[in-house]
Design a protein around this ligand. Structure first.
Ligand code: PMP
Length: 421
């Protein structure tokens, strides 16, 4: 597969080789690293991406959920064109920022007041900084395989959080109610500032958080005086009001990103009025300046994008995703791959993948919620199988994440889903 891939993508290889002179591994986004080298994309139109080698792929990755509108959507495009007309980067307020803020606050019920940033990473860093300042404490509870951005992740293979920030992280297991409760009870009194959790593990493999688990997190946060933060950077697309609104749990803070900026660089954090008031320059004690926080491209593209993604569109997109997930499951069970094994409800520890264990999952399975899906491989050969699958799908004209992640966009239809299975 690698030989065929190299032969059919000579221009991508050339660009990668040159990029290695200036970027570590030729790369400025770790997630895009692929073996043997990544494809270089030259354009995106509707449901398709085209490479510098001239191949065209149906896009089932959707920029890791940010490209929910498909590519070059005329409504987003005209929002960008109209934003550009009057220049940009004013070093002053513009009328677009309160418009987008109103849309966000009205759409996501847990957000009374909001602040914009430039990425999901920054949104989570700011949410944690807010929690530390609000509680006067330091510890932050994260979950294994949870992903909150370049500097905040619980998915490191070492089993320890990947830390390049001086946070005092503690790590528990996603969906483990008893273990999480025991861990929190064991912490020194008045030490926990925040619990940061995705209502569904996104990058971690599309495992939905159970109602009991999310409920316990709410109770533990309240009992211990910590803030509960829902990272909805990915899951906000799974319901018109965000997946969090469907959990029966109201977080203190919520973080957003990806599609809400219309496909431009975007992040946001917001929540309870009394907490967010820390950022009121007239009365609050926290600063959050941010040169690009109100840039006119993101603001106008975000307004246009949120308008496109009506409740009906969200439901239709989730329906399409459920169809894809169930069709892939059907293929796997028809081939006998799902027999005699349990599809796990939460990520299985790496050692269980390898060991012969009664809980072992089938060699290949999928997890999905609405418009998101993750293809999983288990067992000692899982990396090799995952690589083969990725290259096989590319040869069928399907572009997805090398680690098996799929995010649908609103330009895809049943006929595209049919090409996947
Ligand atoms: N949180 C979650 C749940 C994410 O999925 C991501 C990105 N994949 C982030 C935060 C970070 O967002 P960004 O890449 O915009 O920094």
């Amino acid at each position: 597969a690698h030989a065929r891939y190299t032969k059919s993508h000579p221009e991508s290889l050339k660009i990668h080789d040159r990029a290695c002179n200036y970027l570590p591994g030729g790369n400025t986004r770790t997630v895009l690293h692929t073996t043997p080298f990544p494809l270089t994309i030259s354009s995106g139109q509707d449901t398709h991406l085209t490479t510098v080698d001239g191949q065209s792929y149906t896009d089932f990755l959707g920029e890791y959920t940010a490209a929910i509108y498909g590519h070059n959507h005329p409504v987003i495009r005209s929002a960008l064109e109209s934003a550009i007309e009057n220049g940009w980067n004013y070093g002053g307020h513009n009328a677009l920022e309160p418009q987008l803020a109103k849309i966000v606050c009205e759409r996501f019920p847990s957000i009374d007041l909001v602040r914009f940033v430039n990425s999901g990473t920054e949104a989570n860093m700011m949410a944690l900084a807010t929690a530390l300042a609000f509680t006067g404490r330091k510890k932050v509870l994260l979950f294994n395989k949870g992903y909150h951005g370049s500097t905040i992740s619980g998915r490191a293979p070492s089993g320890k959080p990947s830390i390049n920030l001086p946070h005092d992280f503690v790590l528990s297991t996603y969906n483990d109610v008893a273990g999480t409760e025991a861990l929190v009870q064991s912490l020194p009194k008045d030490s926990l500032a925040a619990i940061l959790v995705e209502p569904m593990l996104g990058s971690g493999g599309c495992y939905a958080g159970s109602a009991e688990f999310l409920g316990i997190l709410r109770r533990l946060a309240s009992e211990h005086g910590a803030l509960l933060i829902f990272d909805e950077v990915m899951t906000s697309r799974l319901h018109y009001h965000g997946l969090g609104s469907q959990t029966g749990v109201t977080p203190d803070l919520t973080t957003l990103g990806k599609w809400i900026g219309g496909g431009m660089s975007f992040g946001a954090f917001g929540g309870r009025r009394d907490i967010m008031a820390l950022y009121d320059p007239r009365t609050g004690k926290l600063e959050h300046p941010g040169t690009f926080n109100n840039n006119v491209f993101t603001m106008n593209a975000g307004i246009a994008g949120c308008g496109l993604l009506t409740a009906e569109k969200v439901d239709a997109l989730n329906g399409l995703g459920e169809k894809l997930t169930s069709q892939v499951m059907d293929v796997l069970s028809n081939r006998g791959i799902l027999r005699d094994a349990t599809v796990p409800a939460a990520p299985i520890a790496d050692e269980l993948h390898v060991a012969e264990h009664p809980q072992r999952p089938p060699k290949m399975f999928v997890k999905g919620v609405g418009s998101l899906m993750a293809v999983h491989f288990a067992g000692p050969d899982r990396d090799v199988l995952g690589g083969l699958f990725y290259h096989h799908m590319l040869e069928q004209g399907i572009y997805m994440a090398q680690r098996g992640f799929v995010a649908l966009n609103i330009m895809l239809a049943d006929e595209h889903v049919a090409t996947f299975v």
